[in-house]
Design a protein around this ligand. Structure first.
Ligand SMILES: [Ca+2]
Ligand SMILES: [Ca+2]
Ligand SMILES: [Ca+2]
Ligand SMILES: [Ca+2]
Length: 602
């Protein structure tokens, strides 16, 4: 996807915003380093041919194998009668292992060694839309580098000791002055799972409301062995996501990769431990599709993408690629489905492999699919990281830092955190940034979010879009400032202060903005008997409403309003007028309402 950059008014907006923010946040501006970029040579993308090797053993995708032995993926054309499908499968000695109902994609078992022959035969059949191997995918081999520089940036907001350099580079501290991210935005991390007990992630794991609480028999829905979602979502006890490899509801990471990716996008931040994430608030939906070796198949990945889209993930982060550059029809099918449901699908453009090296300009899937935001990696000086051969090609949409990116690690050898190199680290930052944008405005479409991210990126290399950096290196501050602020507060309909006694404790109520920081909104009372302090805080931010009793002339009911407005330069859904009600009474009438009739009203 390529988008035309919008007019750049960002610098002015940024400076204005920073000025506005100083009263309620003690953070300092993070200066943007100058961008230096090499002029990259241009060369056409190279498609890597694959020879047709099947994976039979248990080595989980290591090496130059291309597909799972004894399995193929088929989609029949729309409206083909079930009986015709069944007789064809019978004739081909193929059995259905799994069927994705909504999309009609089938995973079939076929005799081992005859996968390609069966596929060729099925492709010639007029009933078949496509047939393909169950391609194998693999995460990139981890490359860690020595940091050799100060871990901590100057004057940043969070207190996490491993404050990653890349967050300063992309202007995250200035973005955080607007929003640190809402927990209502869910990032699905499709990979090796996520360490569900990690202190940087455990409180940020998505919880499926359909599998929470107790069932009719008083049993915990999370463990009752029943698919409790309304109408069933097809997964039993998927309270925190799904493990497609082992087929259960505990998508625990048994490698390191998904945990690392989740932390770069959305680690618990300002908690004085380990790293800071791009979105402090976003929830993580762990979807395990890769095994303990980092290998998996597109059948499981397709299932994982559908699961994420069906269960409310706004952002779907993919960070692996096919071991060869074969175009996966079914995964494009599934990506189109998630995209049509409004999800933003993000993937690293591709990373070097030890066992099956591919040229750095080769297409790597799923990044090179349509409707996937393909993210290339940049180095500390905003250069193409030539030493690491990360992927560039004409599918690249945008770039983000990808060299020495701190994320949490769970392997004994790299605990507690590691500075890794890869486009998967770059993609995780784009996922985190998208979560910030959806916090500023929950009503954006995936097309709009992509447009804001690409149009506010810092152009590098050749002017305009190029295959090394796409539209440029992401600028979180510019992107967040450009996003039209959609103001939301809770409660929105009425603030009821209840009974106000003339001697007792005065009521206090909170107005909460779940999406953005205190600097983005203000609240004022019309009548002088109400007073408002704040707003204060990061995301969520809140204001306190209290009563000034001296300005209540008589006992009786009171009604007034609070006006909440956005203080951003561009906003919608503002002002909000919120009614406030209270009843001012003598103390004895509120303490003894059953014994005494209230004569206090006018
Ligand atoms: Ca379920
Ligand atoms: Ca259940
Ligand atoms: Ca942290
Ligand atoms: Ca450029």
């Amino acid at each position: 996807m390529k988008n035309i950059p919008m007019t750049r008014r960002i610098l002015t907006l940024l400076l204005t915003a920073l000025f506005l923010l100083l009263p309620c946040l003690s953070s300092a501006e993070d200066p943007m380093p100058p961008t230096t970029a090499p002029a990259p040579p241009s060369s056409p993308p190279t498609l890597q041919p694959c020879s047709g090797q099947a994976l039979g053993g248990k080595e989980g995708g290591r090496g130059a194998v291309e597909f799972k032995a004894g399995e193929i993926i088929v989609k029949f054309k729309e409206g083909i009668p079930k009986a015709s499908v069944q007789s064809l499968l019978l004739a081909e000695k193929a059995e259905i292992l799994n069927e994705m109902g909504q999309l009609g994609i089938m995973l079939l078992s076929v005799p081992e060694g005859r996968e390609l022959e069966k596929i060729e035969k099925l492709k010639r059949n007029p009933l078949v839309e496509y047939a393909e191997p169950n391609y194998v995918v693999q995460i990139a081999d981890p490359i860690a580098i020595e940091p050799g520089y100060s871990l901590r940036a100057l004057d940043v907001i969070p207190d996490d000791p491993y404050f990653p350099w890349n967050l300063s580079k992309i202007g995250a501290p200035a973005a955080w002055d607007i929003t640190t991210g809402s927990e209502k935005v869910v990032i699905a991390v499709i990979g090796t799972g996520v360490d569900l007990e990690h202190p940087e992630l455990k409180d940020k794991i998505w919880t499926n409301p359909g599998e929470t609480g107790t069932d009719m028999n008083g049993n915990d829905k999370a463990t009752n062995g029943i698919d409790d979602d309304r109408n069933g979502n097809g997964f039993v006890d998927d309270v925190h996501g799904w493990d497609f490899v082992n087929w259960h509801g505990e998508p625990q990471d048994d490698l390191w990769h998904g945990t690392y990716v989740a932390s770069v996008a959305a680690a618990e931040t300002n908690n004085a431990i380990l790293i800071a994430g791009v979105s402090w608030g976003a929830e993580i939906m762990p979807v395990k599709v890769l095994d303990q070796y980092g290998g998996g198949s597109i059948a499981d990945i397709n299932g994982g993408i559908i699961y994420a889209a069906d269960n409310g993930a706004k952002i779907i982060n993919l960070s692996f690629s096919l071991t060869c550059s074969n175009y996966p029809h079914s995964t494009q099918n599934v990506v189109n489905y998630a995209y049509s449901k409004g999800a933003l699908i993000v993937a690293g453009s591709g990373d070097p492999r030890v066992n099956n090296p591919v040229p750095p300009d080769a297409y790597q899937y799923p990044a090179a699919l349509e409707h996937v935001v393909s993210v290339a990696a940049t180095g500390r000086q905003d250069e193409y990281p030539r030493n690491y051969s990360t992927t560039y090609n004409d599918k690249v949409d945008v770039a983000a830092p990808g060299v020495g990116i701190w994320g949490v690690c769970i392997l004994p050898s790299c605990k507690p955190a590691a500075p890794l190199v890869g486009t998967y680290a770059a993609a995780a930052q784009v996922s985190g940034l998208a979560a910030l944008l959806w916090s500023v405005n929950p009503h954006l479409t995936n097309v709009q979010v992509t447009g804001i991210i690409t149009s506010t990126a810092v152009d590098l290399g050749d002017p305009g879009w190029d295959e090394y950096f796409g539209w440029g290196r992401i600028d979180a501050a510019a992107a967040v400032m450009t996003t039209t602020h959609y103001l939301e507060v809770e409660p929105a309909n009425v603030v009821d202060l209840g009974r106000v006694c003339d001697h007792g404790v005065l009521p206090l109520r909170t107005i909460t903005n779940p999406n953005t920081n205190c600097a983005t909104w203000s609240a004022t009372a019309i009548d002088d008997w109400l007073s408002i302090s704040g707003p204060e805080g990061y995301t969520p931010s809140s204001a306190m409403v209290s009563i000034d009793k001296d300005n209540l002339p008589n006992y009786g009911p009171y009604i007034t309003t609070i006006t909440v407005i956005s203080t951003m330069t561009n906003y919608e859904h503002s002002p909000l007028i919120i009614p406030v009600t209270a009843v001012y009474t003598q103390c004895w009438t509120s303490y003894l309402p059953l014994l005494f009739k209230n004569y206090s009203s006018d």
